[in-house]
Ligand binder design. Sequence first.
Ligand SMILES: [Zn+2]
Length: 254
Amino acid sequence: MAAQARETDALVLNCTEHGESDVIVTLFCQDVGRLTAIAKGAKKSKRRFVNKLELFSFLHITYELKANRSLAFFADAELHTSFLRLRQNLELYSVASVIREFLLIGVRENEPDTHIFRLSLWALHSLDRQQPPMTILALFLIRFYDYVGYRPDLQTCAQCSSLITSEHRYSFDTASGRIVCSACNPHLKKGLPLSHGTIKMLRSAQDLPLERLHRLKISGSILHEAISLLQGYGNQLFQRDVVSWKIARKFLRR
Ligand SMILES: [Zn+2]
């Protein structure tokens, strides 16, 4: 049976050259989740794909996928936006790269996810508009973990189940994604220290509608704590090295 042409919106997550003239593109598609597609002749005849097969580009694509084949045929692309700034500024690039790596790890084939797709677009648009990059990264990650099924519990102590209040101090255990109170973990010897300000901010970030997420202002020690927590938790969850953290972290100044 002949493959049917399909259309969808998609983000470019990766590109590798294939043979003399082709390019293999990894996409995050709105309709099917992760998709690997071959752009025939893209290296030689750039007309069809000119300036479109760049990392982070937001496209409207036409592709064909045959039954029992994992590699799709990338027929055509229209550019929604190239997010040009993300490739011109090292801080924006490194933060967008952390996001890109998490999408490569967390988005699966044949598993469309509207929440993650909208969140990714929100984050890339926000970075492109030069909103504070590390804040955008922290907000992206707290929601991303939620959408992939690992929402950190920020309401109760993992050990004694008591509600988190201002009477105790708290730490975060990256292994369980849970908070532990100072009564259960004296002197907060284990885990990452977690202030009330950070807990409050992360809770808001979990529950605000996406359209209002940019209103959360995060800076100073709260941003540092949040990024350390989200990085540690992500490492634990996926057991994979997100290499872009190394450069991105350099932009988190004291
Ligand atoms: Zn406790």
